[in-house]
Design a protein around this ligand. Structure first.
Ligand code: LR7
Ligand code: MN
Length: 520
């Protein structure tokens, strides 16, 4: 009996020792890849944080910057509501400190991707208004920790007139970090334009001020933009819990979308596209981006006219930029091998000088008025209160990249994107349809669809051209107001409407009389 008990104790002791070793071994593996529940994830992170990760050479990474003093001088006071000031749990964020390991949430095949050895560096632009010190510093440090140093040219902070100017001043002590402070509240749109103008790298990377970038987040995005400067790319945006700051993987099957009232929403990738995806590392084409976290070429950003700087504070700029990209022949993508966490909140923690609702209406109305043509009626139907509300100076279209060419291009690109194989199209201007007369002239006539669409009004979209048999639509020149005509198709002729690739080198300013709209 006693022997049995002794054996049992021995076995238990050995098991305990082995268990302890296994536990320690697990913990010392580089960047935790466990899929632990959020609670234990946080506990883990608390513990890991005390050790210095190989990548973080504290001194080098932060220079003269005293992070302890920075964080401790602004802590939550006892009894204060931790959600009040930032609409997330400040106490949890402060407790986490400024660095932690996070789970690598990418598909395992992402880790074997390769990138060009000569990727160009990027300027990171982060605008903030009264951001919590702990979240802002974690954003900056995650960038410094998880990006190849040679790809980070600089981090440009734009302090959008936060109450305490010290945040900006102190953070500038971190190597590579510059901080510009607005003299008055501008909102995130004008602040980003300011940051982008100051950027010295040829590639811009925008981040919100409460993010944590994940393993190898940057290379896939820079690679795609390097290959084609008209691409605007976003990562999959993971969720950082606003309550306990757990880092949670977001679905890889989503793309951006919107309803007619111009509210952003995530939507499932259409089923046929999902079925066709046999490589989980491939980009996901998206109609619009969420707006806060993306990479694009600086020349392309300028070429598109940057943002509409008459938009205030927050909202709408993500649609507007996405529409510009489409209309000028670019594309938008979500890259599943790039992951960035973001603290999603339920309310805005800051004030809107003109009120939240009015500002959103102003901004989205500008996007609708400038870019949505006859589709704007759906916007007004969905948001009747927008009728008659102020939306500022309406001369914005003059400065934008827009032409007969641009419109055709936008709609043809997006139609083929949204409708897949549909290629038979009508071209419409006002209430009339574009039709061919003989072999080289064009005119507008009443649209006829009964008993069937006449051949003269039927067009075939064979990207990159819009054709009738061997004849193609072409603009006569790349200048505002140039006429559209019919001429023999020549795939090398960039004037032939729908030839998208050359657009970046040409002007495409407004000429509304020539504007053609396309529908199926
Ligand atoms: O007046 C302001 N000045 C600022 O500098 C108001 C805000 N900001 C800063 C702010 O500190 C933050 O860094 O601008 C950034 C965005 O503001 P948030 O975090 O309050 O916005 P959000 O995350 O709720 O909103 C999303 O939509 C916005 C529309 O204008 C912007 O495009 C945000 O960048 C965008 N965030 C994301 O895309 C992250 C993913 C969320 C989603 C979906
Ligand atoms: Mn945000």
């Amino acid at each position: 009996m006693r022997r049995i008990r002794a054996n049992a104790i021995l076995i238990l002791t050995v098991a305990w020792i082995l268990g302890t070793f296994y536990y320690l071994w697990q913990d010392s593996r580089p960047s935790s890849s466990s899929s632990s529940s959020s609670g234990s994830q946080l506990k883990n992170h608390g513990r890991l944080e005390e050790r210095t990760l190989p990548l973080i050479q504290q001194g080098q990474l932060l220079g003269q910057f005293d992070q302890k003093a920075f964080l401790s001088s602004k802590q939550l006071k006892a009894g204060e509501d931790p959600y009040r000031e930032h609409a997330f749990n400040l106490q949890e964020s402060d407790r986490l400190g400024s660095e932690r390991t996070i789970r690598d949430t990418r598909h395992y095949r992402c880790s074997s991707m390769t990138f060009d050895p000569d990727l160009p560096p990027t300027s990171i632009i982060i605008t903030f208004h009264n951001e919590a010190r702990s979240t802002l510093l974690r954003t900056i440090k995650s960038v410094l920790m998880r990006s190849p140093p040679h790809l980070i040219q600089e981090i440009i902070l734009v302090d959008d007139f936060s109450s305490d100017p010290e945040d900006c001043r102190l953070l500038s002590q971190i190597p590579k970090v510059h901080c510009l402070r607005n003299e008055r509240r501008e909102g995130l749109i004008r602040s980003r334009v300011r940051g982008a103008s100051a950027a010295s790298a040829s590639i811009l990377t925008f981040l919100d001020s409460h993010c944590e970038v994940n393993t190898d987040w940057l290379q896939p995005m820079i690679q795609r933009v390097k290959e084609d400067h008209t691409r605007v790319v976003s990562p999959i945006i993971d969720v950082i819990s606003l309550d306990n700051f757990a880092y949670l993987a977001a679905s890889a099957d989503l793309r951006g979308g919107f309803d007619w009232s111009l509210h952003f929403k995530w939507e499932q990738i259409p089923i046929e596209q999902k079925m066709a995806r046999n490589d989980p590392t491939q980009p996901i084409r998206t109609p619009v981006i969420a707006g806060g976290i993306f990479v694009m070429d600086k020349g392309w950003f300028n070429r598109l006219g940057q943002y509409d700087t008459h938009m205030d504070i927050w909202g709408g700029e993500n649609f507007e930029l996405s529409f510009r990209v489409w209309m000028c022949g670019g594309s938008l993508e979500i890259l599943p091998c790039s992951r960035v966490g973001h603290v999603f909140r339920k309310r805005h923690p800051y004030d809107f000088p003109e009120g939240n609702a009015l500002t959103y209406i102003k901004n989205t109305r500008r996007a609708a008025e400038v870019w949505m043509d006859e589709y704007k009626q759906y916007y007004y139907a969905a948001r009747p209160s927008a009728q008659g509300k102020a939306f500022g100076r309406s001369d914005v279209s003059k400065t934008l990249c827009r032409s007969a060419y641009g419109d055709l291009q936008y709609f043809s690109t997006s139609l083929s994107f949204f409708k897949g194989t549909q290629k038979e199209i009508l071209l419409k201007q006002g209430g009339l349809c574009l039709e061919s007369h003989g072999t080289d002239s064009l005119g507008l006539a009443e649209c006829k669809s009964t008993p069937s669409i006449p051949a003269s009004q039927k067009w075939t979209l064979i990207e990159p051209q819009i054709r009738q048999h061997d004849l193609c639509l072409a603009i006569t020149a790349f200048t505002a107001g140039s006429k559209v005509r019919l001429e023999p198709c020549n795939i090398k002729e960039s004037r032939q409407v729908g030839v998208f690739s050359d657009l970046s080198t040409h002007s495409c300013s407004a000429h509304l009389e020539e504007q053609l709209l396309l529908f199926i």
